[in-house]
Write a protein that binds this ligand. Structure first.
Ligand SMILES: CC(C)(COP(=O)(O)OP(=O)(O)OC[C@H]1O[C@@H](n2cnc3c(N)ncnc32)[C@H](O)[C@@H]1OP(=O)(O)O)[C@@H](O)C(=O)NCCC(=O)NCCS
Length: 197
């Protein structure tokens, strides 16, 4: 299977992500275009979306999977990112390493298990290596079993576990993957990437 991936510029991408997040009824906290713009402006980032045919209308392509990654600097001042960096200190090396944060992503239910997320993740890795990043970090929760399984398959290692005393299912899991130029040769997905306007 060949995956079709669209790479979006900031403003259009923020609107597209807001739109696709509306299909994720399982997560109550959806990101708005305004939030996405505020987070990504003035930092290196990548907005990717995979498109695939509708099951009952194979001639129509629809967005089915998405991913936003962005740079994470040691001196972040925005409160959420400042907090994230503080929690990662001692577990991730920020010194002399460029860190990429895998912020949000997912695949619409009907298209899961078809490799779209792997294709987006591999495209991210290629871009990140070409852009000079050294590692990707990601945060999830114990109860996001699908995401934990996917991250394991994509060879992310757990670097920190933060227990939630009230409910262990809500405990936070931080994972990371070192980026090395050679890893691109091990990528499994065949991808066509087009630039959206
Ligand atoms: C996690 C998620 C993104 C995976 O998307 P997907 O498009 O189905 O993933 P892929 O088909 O590309 O699978 C990637 C790899 O993970 C594995 N994988 C994915 N979901 C899995 C599951 N539920 N159980 C076991 N393995 C799984 C696949 O087998 C595949 O491995 P392989 O390529 O080595 O064969 C999707 O299930 C999702 O959007 N879930 C909800 C999002 C979420 O949990 N968000 C929480 C906030 S972090």
């Amino acid at each position: 299977m060949e995956y079709l991936i669209k790479q979006y510029p900031l403003e259009t991408g923020a609107l597209e992500i807001q739109y696709i997040e509306e299909y994720f009824g399982e997560f109550p906290r959806r990101k708005t275009a305004r939030e996405i713009l505020a987070r990504l402006e003035n930092r290196s980032s990548l907005i990717l979306m995979a498109e695939a045919p509708l099951q009952d209308d194979p001639g129509s392509l629809v967005p089915v999977s998405y991913k936003i990654v962005h740079e994470l600097r040691p001196d972040e001042t925005e409160p959420k990112l400042h907090d994230l960096v503080a929690r990662l200190r001692g577990h991730i090396s920020f010194e002399a390493h460029r860190v990429l944060y895998s912020w949000i992503g997912g695949t619409r239910r009907d298209w899961r298990g078809q490799g779209h997320f792997r294709a987006l993740s591999e495209e991210c890795e290629s871009w990140a290596i070409a852009s000079g990043f050294d590692q990707i970090v990601v945060k999830t929760k114990n109860r996001f079993y699908d995401m934990r399984a996917a991250l394991a398959q994509l060879h992310f290692d757990v670097v920190k576990f933060e227990t939630n005393a009230l409910d262990n299912a809500d405990s936070k899991v931080y994972l990371a993957k070192q980026l090395i130029a050679d890893m691109v040769r091990g990528h499994r997905s065949i991808r066509t990437v087009v630039q959206a306007e």
